[in-house]
Write a protein of this length. Structure first.
Length: 160
């Protein structure tokens, strides 16, 4: 069960007590925002992609979309999300609970800069009815990530 993996991972960091369990599903950005009582943009959605070097996760703000040109520039390939049935075996978490905590070995994690505009964000914690509230700095500290990247669109303020 992926929540056990996420909880064990966060327990080693002394953070498992911060997991919030909701009475309703938080499997989508909209549902998670309703459950957490926040705006969808503050939901830290974790997207899974296949690259030449294996699966990766990109944790990004709930109001973004992947910018294909930025993704291709950074990773050298077109953005291709993992098919639904491949997510859990490749990542270690099922769709709806995919998170950057307690993932399979070899899965690379990146954090998108769109998250930095918030004081706190809500990534999932391994199950489709939970999350953990973290500052962007804590998200960086508590995940085995390869750094902040800029691969999303739709969140920047319009330029004058």
């Amino acid at each position: 069960m992926s929540v056990a993996r996420a909880r064990a991972y966060l327990e080693r960091l002394g953070q498992a007590g911060r997991i919030i369990t909701f009475e309703t599903s938080s499997a989508t950005v909209e549902l998670a925002a309703q459950a957490a009582g926040t705006e969808p943009c503050r939901i830290a959605k974790t997207l899974s992609f296949q690259t030449k070097e294996g699966p990766i996760l990109i944790v990004t703000s709930g109001d973004t979309k992947i910018d294909n040109a930025k993704f291709k520039h950074l990773f050298g390939i077109k953005a291709k999300m993992l098919p639904f049935e491949e997510v859990e075996p490749a990542i270690g978490h099922a769709v709806g609970g995919v998170c950057p905590f307690g993932v399979n070995e070899g899965v690379r994690i990146y954090l998108d800069v769109s998250l930095r505009r918030f004081s706190t964000v809500f990534p999932a914690a391994g199950e489709e009815n939970n999350a953990i509230e973290l500052t962007p700095a804590e998200l960086e500290q508590y995940t085995d990530n390869l750094g902040w990247i800029d691969v999303c669109k739709g969140w920047q303020p319009a330029e004058a």
